[in-house]
Each structure stands twice: as structure tokens, then as C-alpha cells.
Write a protein that binds this ligand. Structure first.
Ligand code: CA
Length: 217
């Protein structure tokens, strides 16, 4: 599982990011300041770091000096929509930056792009008897190609990248359809049913009571 370190001193924002990343199937560790982050970095390695610039004691830029030798990709989070800050972050080797306030979907998209750039997510996935080529968007079972609609393909990819993880209907909806989930909407369920049939995942794509769905592999 992909592990992300969140360094952010504002608790509500930290919790929001943590929840969103967890729902999207990432493993998360939080640090409330630069010192705590440095401690965690000494103990374990991460696939990605989300780093707030304005931190008490050791700020994000100082911490970046400490992180850089490890080669771990960093996305800066900044409250200041200042060009100087952004340029400084990127010059220091940050992969990207987010300006507060940001949409959760934007955060998830940027995280995904950086992870892909670092080959943390594979171009070809072999999941549940399927061969998924994420470059050409081709899905095969053995030699047989399975035609999917764009939404079905995105849905498949979401499950394939988060195996054995319960995904909330809200998360699925937001990730695939990109809008706010309306409680009681059957869009997700209908598409999951169709996808199940098409790819032969009847016994793999399980409904999780009061949550959504989980791919079992
Ligand atoms: Ca801050």
C-alpha cells in the first residue's frame, strides 16, 4: 500500500487530508510540525510527502532540505498564493504545490500524477485475472479484450488500484464522476453491477454494508 506523510499544523486541514487520502486507499501518517515530521522520516520511508510551508519551529522549506536527500517526492501546501513561495518550493525540488483552500479532488489528482511520475503506480496492472494497460486503456482477460465505457474503465481502475479496500460510494462517485455525491443515488451501484458482469468479477466486487464496495483479490 502507498504510504503518504502529511505534515500540517492546522488540525482541521490535516484531518481533512488524512480522511480523503484514506478513503482513496492510501495509508497515511500525520505530523503536526516540522520536528515531528523529521522524527517520522528518521523511522520510516514514505512514497510521498504533503508538506505545509508555514509550520511552527522548522518550516516546510527547512524541512525540504532534510527530505531532499531521501529522494521522496514532495507536494508543498501553501496558504500564501505567492509566486515567490511557489517558485522557491519548485526550485527546491518539490514536485508540485497546492494553494489553500483547495478542493479534495484537486489534491487527489495531484497526488496521483506525482505517484505516477515516480512510477509508484504501475502502467500495467494484473488484478483479479485481468490485464489492465493504463496507457492504452485496454482491458483483457486472457487473450480476450473487454470493451468498457470510459466511466466503467475509470471505475475498474479505481478498484484495481485499491484492492481489498472498502471504498465509499461518495468516494467512488467523486473520483469517477467528479461531482458531489447525492445521497441515495444509484449511479454507482448500476455501474458496479455492469462492470461486474463485463469483467467477470461477480464474486470479487463485494458490496460493503453502509459503505460501498470492495474488490477482493
Ligand atoms: Ca500551517
Amino acid at each position: 500500500m502507498i504510504k503518504i506523510l502529511i505534515v500540517e499544523d492546522e488540525e482541521p486541514i490535516r484531518n481533512l487530508i488524512r480522511l480523503a487520502l484514506r478513503k482513496a486507499g492510501y495509508s497515511t501518517v500525520c505530523a503536526e510540525d516540522g520536528m515531528a515530521a523529521a522524527d517520522r522520516l528518521e523511522e520510516e520511508t514514505f512514497d510521498l510527502i504533503l508538506l505545509d510551508v508555514m509550520l511552527p519551529q522548522v518550516d516546510g522549506f527547512e524541512l525540504m532540505e532534510y527530505i531532499r536527500p531521501s529522494g521522496t517526492p514532495v507536494i508543498f501546501i501553501t496558504a500564501k498564493n505567492s509566486v515567490t513561495d511557489r517558485v522557491r518550493g519548485l526550485r527546491m525540488g518539490a514536485e508540485d504545490y497546492l494553494v489553500k483552500p483547495f478542493e479534495i479532488l484537486e489534491l487527489l489528482a495531484r497526488v496521483e500524477v506525482v505517484l505516477r511520475r515516480y512510477k509508484k503506480t504501475d502502467a500495467v496492472l494484473e488484478v483479479g485475472g485481468l490485464h489492465i494497460d493504463t496507457i492504452s486503456h485496454r482491458v483483457q482477460r486472457g487473450m480476450e479484450e473487454i470493451p468498457l465505457t470510459p466511466k466503467e474503465y475509470e471505475l475498474l481502475l479505481l478498484f484495481a488500484r485499491n484492492p481489498n479496500t472498502a471504498l465509499y460510494r461518495e468516494t467512488i462517485y467523486e473520483r469517477v464522476w467528479g461531482g458531489e455525491y447525492i445521497y441515495g443515488s444509484k449511479t454507482v451501484d448500476l455501474h458496479v453491477q455492469r462492470l461486474r458482469r463485463k469483467v467477470g468479477w461477480d464474486h470479487r466486487l463485494r458490496a460493503v454494508n453502509k459503505v460501498g464496495y470492495r474488490l477482493e483479490v
